[in-house]
Write a protein that binds this ligand. Structure first.
Ligand SMILES: NC(=O)C1=CN([C@@H]2O[C@H](COP(=O)(O)OP(=O)(O)OC[C@H]3O[C@@H](n4cnc5c(N)ncnc54)[C@H](O)[C@@H]3O)[C@@H](O)[C@H]2O)C=CC1
Ligand SMILES: CC/C=C\C[C@H](O)C(=O)/C=C/C=C/C=C\C=C\[C@@H](O)C/C=C\CCC(=O)O
Length: 422
């Protein structure tokens, strides 16, 4: 529960920011909503007052690209709520034509909000610590060719967030700083980006983005909000870029193959062609089923809702493992329970629990190895991607009176992720 905690979400009048606001309220927090769209923000405020009570939220109009407005509204929030425990820099646009505006909102706005929050939260300034979550994008980990400026801002958010998380750790600020990297979510931003006045000189390349939308099917804002909540609650996580995406499943590929072959069948109506087509279809299905069965959980579980957590690790890279971010306590409990079984499974890397720390040691290069991203894949325990891992993995956030100290983030040691196969 987040009862007694105070959160700020920028860009919260709609889309992902609205989903983050809802999940924070559902978990007991108070939320200061910040958006440039006053009409939409006020409307949402009325709805939320009816749904959660009039003392839980407050909307503030402000433009994150304006230093004066952001600073002024930050003070108003502190005056009303007394402190801030959770700060989400979420406001963002996609406009390749007016690219300076995109940079000033997506990157400068995130830096501004992060520094305002950090100055208030850090223990050295009498703050209670807390967590800052910056909404980046999957485009912050790999390019969207039709949107180079948008891509650059998101790379900037990921890099800034990761660097600052290490600085916060090293300087013992008591503040965790993480990035959230969703792939495509059906919001106003995506719709706006289809217009030529947004895509600018790269409008002809939008088809590439559309192709990527087939490879990374849309995810629901609520699924992203679940990942957001984990970054809020899990006090063992600092410096993570958490990816939330759907990937075209093997079934999707299978359906595509069958449709293609059937189309071929329609083209050649001769009996021989039909027989040949049937044989081809049967062979393809057998191969794919065999591939699924022998490839182990990685393939079978690559279903909607796949989460990937990447972070700069001091001890080399780990790829292909599955992980779920979990509180240190939960890891220890699982490690104790998993024990030999976990070790056995780790060696085979196929099913069950394995602790990434062990894998890290196994994969680590020489001491002082260069920090490298670890791309670690997670799918929910039940393999359906339909729900977040079981609640015992989530750190309990002490439900305390407002503005009580948050737990300091752990030392930046090799992460103790629990790896759960199925
Ligand atoms: N929709 C998607 O596919 C994805 C979105 N994202 C990121 O998620 C964040 C939220 O985007 P969506 O919810 O999709 O967009 P959205 O357009 O639905 O919501 C963005 C909100 O930010 C507000 N905003 C825009 N400029 C602002 C400013 N200067 N000051 C204050 N508020 C401002 C808008 O009024 C709007 O309410 C953005 O940073 C976006 O880049 C990341 C990955 C995927
Ligand atoms: C710019 C307007 C279009 C979309 C904006 C939307 O807000 C957004 O940010 C969507 C991003 C989606 C990106 C999808 C795929 C990106 C693919 C590669 O470039 C990145 C790949 C690798 C990262 C690691 C992984 O998870 O595979």
């Amino acid at each position: 529960m987040l009862k007694g905690k105070v959160a700020v979400v920028s860009g919260s009048a709609q889309g992902l920011g609205k989903a983050f606001t809802h999940i924070l309220l559902e978990n007991g927090a108070q939320v200061a909503m910040l958006d440039v769209n006053e009409e939409m923000g006020q409307e949402l405020q009325v709805q939320l007052n009816q749904q959660y009570g009039s003392d839980r939220t407050q909307f503030y109009k402000a433009d994150v690209s304006s230093d004066q407005q952001f600073t002024d509204v930050f003070q108003k929030i502190l005056s009303k709520f007394g402190c801030i425990d959770i700060f989400c820099n979420n406001a963002g646009i996609a406009d390749e034509k007016n690219w300076e505006k995109t940079v000033s909102i997506n990157l400068s706005g995130v830096v501004r909000g992060t520094y305002l929050a950090l100055d208030h939260m850090k223990k050295q300034n009498g703050g209670n610590g807390g967590v800052i979550i910056n909404t980046a994008s999957l485009a912050g980990l790999g390019p969207l060719p039709s949107a180079p400026i948008y891509t650059a801002t998101k790379y900037g958010v990921v890099g800034f967030t990761r660097a600052l998380s290490v600085a916060s750790q090293a300087l013992d600020y008591g503040v965790r700083i993480n990035a959230l990297c969703p792939s495509f979510v059906r919001t106003a931003l995506i719709d706006s980006f289809k217009q030529e006045d947004k895509t600018g000189q790269f409008h002809s390349l939008f088809s590439i983005t559309e192709n990527m939308m087939e490879k990374f099917p849309f995810i629901e804002a609520e699924k992203v909000a679940e990942a957001f909540l984990l970054l809020v609650k899990d006090e063992s996580v600092n410096g993570v870029a958490l990816v939330v995406k759907n990937e075209a499943t093997i079934i999707f590929i299978l359906v595509l193959i069958i449709i293609t072959v059937l189309r071929t069948r329609l083209l050649y109506r001769s009996r021989r062609a039909v027989t040949r087509t049937r044989i081809i279809i049967i062979i393809i299905i057998i191969i794919i089923i065999f591939f699924i069965l022998t490839a182990g959980p990685g393939l079978a579980q690559d279903k909607p809702g796949t989460l990937i957590c990447t972070r700069a690790l001091p001890l080399g890279a780990v790829t292909g493992s599955r992980c779920v971010l979990g509180s240190a306590r939960a890891q220890q409990q699982q490690k104790a329970a998993g024990g030999a079984a976990a070790q056995r499974e780790h060696e085979h890397g196929v099913r069950g629990e394995t602790h990434l720390t062990d894998i890290l040691h196994a994969h680590t290069g020489a001491p002082g190895a260069r920090d490298t991203d670890s791309v670690i894949q997670h799918t929910d325990g039940d393999g359906t991607g339909s729900r977040w891992p079981s609640t015992e993995l989530e750190a309990e956030v002490t439900s305390a009176a407002p503005c009580l100290p948050n737990q300091a983030p752990p030392l930046l040691t090799p992460p103790t992720f629990t790896v759960i196969g199925q």
